[in-house]
Design a protein around this ligand. Structure first.
Ligand code: SF4
Length: 250
């Protein structure tokens, strides 16, 4: 059983509780205009991946366990991000099982754009979902991410129904996700899901600009500047006043 991993970051502190190891898995079915990991989007079959990208479950566990002392001391763990980690569902299930056997806390950072069968088979495996909600208007969602949000919203409702541990992540992208209408729509959606109470707002930044240049990829956010902190704080207070536990940053 092999997985394709584009990067492993140690000592991350924004992808779940405590100090974490973040494993970036290759391949994503979306193509968000503001993606900060454009190198992770293209799908790569395991047989075509170079040896430096291909990991067996035991090889990846070895990397994870190197950090276990920091994870244990900080109540941290490992986060599977991407790309879309649930695209490599079988490998992900195996590595989550191996982590559970070692009592290591796990989180999946997902776009939610995952077929229902794979989603249901993985739903019980991690301790935490970091679940992205981007745009509620489906026409705009298709424009800015390349895909419909119907599956994403359906999978989120499933997590709510089964009372899974979820933190919603909302990227605050100027003029796209941070508009009054979209924030209002997201708030209304989440108010219908009583078991989802935590929201992490992610301010837009331009640190991926260099990657787009290096990879010679079109950067659709070229020239868009980060929003003022005051605007982001105002959006946060809308969610806080609606009763959510919110955080802003990262
Ligand atoms: S879902 Fe995440 S990894 Fe995939 S394109 Fe969008 S921002 Fe990038």
């Amino acid at each position: 059983m092999l997985g394709v991993i584009s990067n492993i970051q140690r000592f991350t502190v924004h992808d779940g509780p405590g100090i974490r190891l973040t494993v970036f898995m290759q391949g994503c079915p979306l193509a968000c205009w503001w993606c900060h990991n454009p190198e992770s989007i293209s799908y790569c079959d395991v047989k075509d991946a170079g040896d430096n990208l291909r990991f067996s479950v035991s090889e990846l566990m070895k990397e994870i366990k190197k950090e276990q002392v920091f994870m244990d001391e900080s109540s941290g763990g490992v986060t599977f991000s991407g790309g879309e980690p649930m695209m490599q569902a079988i490998f992900l299930e195996e590595i989550l099982r191996a982590c559970r056997e070692e009592d290591i806390h796990t989180a999946i950072d997902t776009s939610g754009f995952v077929l229902s069968d794979a989603f249901h088979s993985l739903m019980d495996k991690p301790d935490l979902f970091l679940y992205d909600i981007k745009v509620i208007n489906n026409t705009l969602h298709k424009k800015y991410t390349g895909a419909s949000n119907i599956l994403i919203l359906e999978n989120l409702r499933t997590l709510n129904k089964y009372r899974k541990n979820v933190i919603i992540r909302i990227p605050l992208v100027p003029g796209i996700t941070n508009t009054k209408e979209n924030i209002h729509d997201i708030k209304n959606l989440l108010l219908e899901l009583p078991n989802i109470k935590k929201i992490n707002l992610l301010p837009f930044h331009t640190i991926a600009d260099g990657k787009y240049k290096r990879l010679n990829l079109e950067n659709k956010m070229q020239g868009i500047r980060p929003e003022s902190n005051a605007n982001n704080v105002e959006i946060r207070s809308l969610f806080t006043e609606a009763g959510f536990e919110t955080s802003l940053g990262a």
